[in-house]
Design a protein around this ligand. Structure first.
Ligand SMILES: [Zn+2]
Length: 228
């Protein structure tokens, strides 16, 4: 019988699939959503809906104002979100949507809650295939964070470190969607667009990657787009 796990739930598609995997593995999931001052609040509503749909009983939304630091198109309105980047160019440079050290912050918060709760694992939906080029989504980074968990916590010192689970890390986006379909992830409730209008824009890197992957999986993306 699996114990408790903290799942970092952003409201996006990847973290929804990671949460569904944790539920499927039998963990008592405690979802953690960080309101870090992203441009739009659509993601937070999406996270609430996904948590309910997956039967997650405990969901905390924590406010940590990374927008006060800025340095990203996602937290600073004066920096434009790149649009209509040709899909083959996505991932070649670290894009303007990179949020400084975001996954270090999120994993640190998740690890703290996990240790306080007595949870055995922190799940994160990071993946490094078909991704946007963020350095903190790479397998090497997650391995380094496993060292942090082992060295920087009471549990780690006692030989029972909280494990850092990144079940999507070696999956492509299409495979993530296919896995999510099997696990009945409510894709219609997820939100990936960086812009955050009434409908997803269909043009930013995140929409581009998502639409391409649904097409490759032979599935219709159930959310509404301004343009596809
Ligand atoms: Zn978009």
């Amino acid at each position: 019988m699996a114990g408790k796990a903290v799942v970092l739930l952003s409201g996006g598609l990847d973290s929804a699939v990671a949460a569904a995997i944790a539920v499927h593995e039998g963990f008592h999931v405690h979802a953690l959503t960080v309101d870090y001052g992203q441009r739009h609040l659509r993601e937070l509503d999406a996270a609430k809906g996904v948590a309910i749909a997956l039967g997650v009983k405990v969901h905390r939304i924590l406010r940590v104002d990374l927008a006060g630091f800025g340095g990203s198109a996602l937290t600073d309105k004066s920096i434009n979100v790149p649009e209509e980047c040709p899909s083959e160019a996505i991932g070649t440079d670290i894009p303007a949507t990179y949020v400084p050290a975001r996954n270090t912050v999120l994993l640190g918060l998740g690890l703290s809650w996990a240790e306080a709760l007595g949870a055995d694992a922190v799940f994160i939906g990071a993946h490094s295939v078909d991704y946007s080029g963020y350095p903190d989504c790479r397998p090497e980074f997650l391995d380094a964070f496993r060292r942090v968990s082992a060295l920087g916590t009471k549990r780690g010192v006692e030989g029972k470190p909280v494990s850092i689970e990144a079940p999507l890390i070696r999956m492509g986006k299409r495979e993530i969607i296919e896995r999510g379909k099997v696990l009945k992830v409510p894709f219609e409730l997820t939100w990936s667009c960086y812009i955050g209008g009434k409908k997803a824009c269909g043009k930013c890197d995140s929409c581009t990657i998502r639409l391409k992957a649904f097409a490759e999986a032979g599935m219709e993306d159930p959310i509404e787009y301004e343009q596809r």
